[in-house]
Design a protein around this ligand. Structure first.
Ligand code: GUN
Ligand code: FE
Length: 452
């Protein structure tokens, strides 16, 4: 028995019981066959054929297949300081801890050690695709992409640009604007070469760290590069009181409008945080087809706001989830699924402001658990315009196999097999599973993690 879960944005988790998934050599789901109903006979025939060829993997009744998770915003170097220094505001945190740490990634051995540990942990946590910030260093940013390629993880990687001499410390910035752009272009070409040979997909990403760290010239030349090569773009947008205000003061327009004016808001843009967007900013995201990477754990520490995800969903903006390591303290998308629900509930509760004016929030803000799961899977795939994040025909076979016998995920020992329903099982997997519940991870049809 196996069940697989998908969901649509209207909140329906789709559960398929005992289905047969047929995977092509390229790692694409080419058929999904129901054991009952009109497909019954074909199911038996195909199953027999695959069994005879020895190319069939059969799961037990205690196993569940979920789509792999997509991390839409993560700083790979910051894995080395995960779980520390979360008690000061963004600006101080960057200057006191984060820039000194990232500057160490000029050292290839150090970078290799951190990046290998991180990518292994992400994969074993069920993250099958990640959109990474590396550092300003061209060569170790490339190394990150090579490590992902070797370990089989689908990765989108950016060499970070920070060229403004007035905003970045001397020990950690691009040596000039020209250097920043030239290094970026060389990096792009290297990654396009790695990507063209990879099975699962490796992609370069245009990565101005955020507007405060870049000159106008760098921002506009990065916009041009993105256009020239039709590239993904990532940055931070309207993250905190300080960052949002900094951009307003510099350009007299919002962060969203400023990014757009440099050609950095396209249908291949993924902007992190976005907690301080106006209605007009949200409409511009929708109009450009740009996506928001929602980082609910990180926002709790640095965002000075709860990103209004329900409103963004209603405005049909593409959204996925990000860990934002190490602004977020966890490398697990499960933890961010939970936090996205919790944060949205706290934004909403409650609506009667007359009763408790200091602790009451914004009506209609809550998202459901299945919407959060949607963001972690299909929403991420749509944000990247890649056929990933759903266990459906023509999508990549990226999945995690969950062992429901550990950590009491299954309720069947209390209520019996018939009584224990799949909807409950889905919810318990989301809220209760631990890393040791993930027994295998597959990316593009290849086994990349096996707990045994
Ligand atoms: N804004 C600019 N750089 C960063 C970073 O590394 N983390 C977070 N959370 N926000 C940023
Ligand atoms: Fe970030």
């Amino acid at each position: 028995t196996s069940i697989s879960c998908g969901v649509d944005i209207n909140d329906n988790v789709k559960i398929k019981v005992d289905h047969l998934f047929c995977i092509s050599r390229q790692g694409i789901i080419i058929d999904i066959i129901d054991p009952i109903g009109v497909d019954q006979q074909r199911y038996q025939e195909v199953l027999k054929e695959y069994r005879e060829k020895g190319k069939c993997k059969e799961l037990s009744g205690d196993q569940v297949i979920l789509p792999g998770f997509i991390d839409l915003h993560i700083h790979a170097p910051q894995f080395a300081q995960l779980g520390t220094a979360l008690d000061i505001p963004l600006y101080d945190w960057l200057n006191k801890y984060t820039f000194p740490l990232e500057s160490k990634f000029s050292d290839e051995n150090f970078a290799r050690q951190v990046y290998q540990d991180l990518v292994s942990q992400l994969i074993s946590n069920g993250t099958t695709t990640a959109l990474y910030f590396a550092t300003i260093h061209k060569s170790t940013s490339c190394l990150l992409a090579e490590i992902c390629e070797k370990k089989g993880q689908r990765a989108l990687v950016g060499k970070v640009v920070m060229d403004d001499v007035n905003q970045n410390p001397e020990y950690y910035r691009d040596s000039s604007t020209d250097q920043a752009i030239n290094d970026t272009e060389e990096f792009i070409q290297k990654l396009l070469a790695i990507g063209s040979k990879s099975h699962q997909g490796i992609y370069p990403v245009i990565t101005p760290r955020f507007i405060p760290s870049c000159t106008d010239e760098a921002l506009s030349r990065l916009g041009q590069l993105a256009k020239k090569y039709n590239l993904y773009i990532q940055s931070h947008c309207s993250e905190s009181d300080w960052e949002h205000q900094f951009v307003l003061d510099r350009f007299k327009i919002s962060d969203t409008q400023a990014l757009d004016s440099f050609g950095l808001l396209s249908n291949k843009s993924i902007m992190a945080h976005c907690g301080h967007l106006s209605d007009g900013d949200m409409d511009l995201f929708h109009k450009r087809g740009a996506a928001v990477s929602h980082c609910p754990l990180s926002n709790s520490f640095f965002g000075n706001a709860v990103t209004p995800i329900r409103k963004l969903i209603e405005k049909q903006v593409n959204i996925g989830l990000g860990t934002d390591i190490s602004g977020g303290y966890s490398s697990s998308i499960y933890d961010n699924i939970k936090q996205s629900v919790i944060s949205s509930r706290m934004l909403e509760d409650g609506t009667n402001k007359d009763l408790l004016p200091n602790v009451r929030g914004v009506p209609n803000s809550r998202i459901t658990l299945s919407q959060a799961f949607y963001l972690a899977t299909a929403g991420g795939g749509e944000s990247l315009s890649l056929p990933i994040g759903r266990l459906e025909i023509n999508y990549a076979f990226d999945c995690q196999i969950i062992d429901t016998t550990l950590n009491y995920l299954s309720q069947s020992s209390y209520f019996g097999k018939e009584e224990s329903n799949y909807e409950n099982l889905f919810q318990r997997i989301m809220y209760l599973s631990k890393p040791n519940n993930i027994s295998e991870v597959w990316i593009q049809g290849k086994l990349v993690f096996n707990k045994k």
